[in-house]
Design a protein around this ligand. Structure first.
Ligand SMILES: O=C(O)CCC(=O)C(=O)O
Length: 218
């Protein structure tokens, strides 16, 4: 690997555990140094999954939530989160029981469950994330304590969901524009083999991520 890219890679390796992308140009140049691949197996994307009216109701409820910080290795990320069902410890990587899933998320969870062909209750963990302007999320695999399907609904603004797998000359990349009101599902290689990240966006975005448990408790 070119030494400059190596430095960027080390930076992003740290970043994936710590915080969100901060250096837009570096982030883009690093991403574009990979070989653009076909869509990862196990990635499903559907625009217009919810209506504009449903989005407005969800946003109104989300704006009333109390968000908590995401802190990893002493660094506070720009995005904030509200956990329901199960709380994922960003430092401990463990899950612990959390607040009940609120009523306003229940009908969305039922829609998501139909899409994923699972029972609504399978999605036992729900994470609402607030990305203010300039916030993103670094390279990572979704947490191993969660199960096979990870489903994300986007609200308010679009962003780019980036994927990468492999290293050096074998490194492959893929990019998907996530529109507000869209849904994506990560399973199979998109969940387990490819890492994903979201570079800092210019406008506020909310996401609601639904997760099953790797070891369901009931
Ligand atoms: O905001 C999103 O849709 C991505 C969320 C994500 O990757 C995560 O919570 O690990």
């Amino acid at each position: 690997m070119n030494p400059a890219w190596h430095d960027a890679y080390v930076f992003f390796k740290h970043e994936e555990q710590a915080t969100e992308p901060r250096f837009g140009r570096w982030s883009r140049a690093y991403f574009e140094s990979g070989v653009m691949a076909q869509e990862p197996a196990g990635l499903l994307y559907q625009p217009d999954f919810i209506s504009a009216a449903q989005e407005r109701l969800l946003v109104a409820e989300i704006e009333r939530l109390t968000f908590s910080e995401v802190r990893m290795h002493g660094i506070t990320a720009k995005r904030r989160v509200a956990h329901f069902g199960w709380i994922y410890g960003f430092e401990s990587w463990k899950i612990t029981p959390g607040a009940p899933i609120p009523e306003f998320i229940a009908s969305l969870r039922a829609q998501v469950a139909t899409l994923a062909d699972l029972a609504p209750e399978s999605f036992a963990a729900v994470l609402v994330a607030e990305y203010p302007p300039g916030a993103g999320i670094g390279w990572h695999h979704d947490a191993p304590s969660f199960g096979e399907s990870v489903v994300g609904v986007s609200l308010l603004s679009s962003c780019r969901l980036r994927f990468e797998r492999g290293k050096g000359e074998q490194r492959e990349t893929y990019e998907l524009a996530l529109e507000p009101r869209s849904v994506y599902v990560l399973s199979d290689t998109a969940r387990h083999t490819w890492r994903h990240s979201i570079p800092a966006a210019k406008q506020r975005r909310y996401s609601i991520t639904f997760r099953t448990l790797k070891h369901p408790t009931t």
